[in-house]
Design a protein around this ligand. Sequence first.
Ligand SMILES: Nc1ncnc2c1ncn2[C@@H]1O[C@H](COP(=O)(O)OP(=O)(O)OP(=O)(O)O)[C@@H](O)[C@H]1O
Ligand SMILES: [Mg+2]
Length: 284
Amino acid sequence: MTEIAIKGLAKSYGDTAILENVNAHLADHEFCVVLGPSGAGKTTLLRILLSQEAATRGEVLIDGVPIDPEPQPDRGVVFQRYSVFPHKSVLANVMLGPQLRAAPLLGRLFGARRRAIRERAEALLQEVGLGEHLAKFPAQLSGGMQQRLAIAQALIMEPKVLLLDEPFGALDQSTKKAMHRLILDLWRKNRMTIVMVTHDIGEAFTLATRILMVDKARRDPHAPTAYGSTITEDIRLDPDKKPALHVVDESADESHTMTAIFARYRADAGDCVVDEHPNFQAAG
Ligand SMILES: Nc1ncnc2c1ncn2[C@@H]1O[C@H](COP(=O)(O)OP(=O)(O)OP(=O)(O)O)[C@@H](O)[C@H]1O
Ligand SMILES: [Mg+2]
């Protein structure tokens, strides 16, 4: 069971409001995709969920308990520009997390415990399709392979919540589709709750059981920093009724705004959408 409750969350930097009145309740095993224009505060929201950033107001609870103010291994993360240890092999990179957890000072383990971690790392790398590349170094991998390495690195810690910040943004379409199949597979198998940020609206409708749009609901032209983003769309999708891939011709939208493109995808998704709160404005 891993439910996430976001209650009355706000974040400001000085006088600049970034997020305000963000409310969402994510069910156990939700695949939540966060959409929103550039600068809306998506990464900020993810960083708050990870405890890398403190909220100005409001709180986040996991299974009813306020999250620890320090990042914890119960919340794994994969960033778009991810950092691995360049001088460690693929296998060593994946083994490092559990080694540090078992022996926090040196990360050195011997014998049976080390062997157990090694076996788990090998199995996981096999699962993400890197079984043939255990001895390679990160610089010898393609972008898609590096993303899969990052995902394996996060998954070996068996996080209850996997946070993904535009993990497939830099990949070509066919690699992206392969990654979509992989992440859906791992999500079902490991029963994690996922929160993933993307710019790609088609990707959101392909993967999500829940889509949140983070955007400004109010704007004051005389004070552009006065209002932060909130949740302007909140829809629930039937996981067994995935809309067809790339159903919408994005170039058909004259305005090209995210809201306009989202509305077309929403219309095409039809009865895949089981519940929605348009222009969601919760009290808080
Ligand atoms: N540490 C910080 N100090 C001051 N301002 C910040 C800080 N971090 C982020 N911001 C500002 O907060 C706003 C939201 O940033 P954030 O990175 O969350 O946006 P985003 O929605 O992830 O955008 P993108 O889609 O481009 O990644 C931006 O205007 C950014 O400049
Ligand atoms: Mg971002």
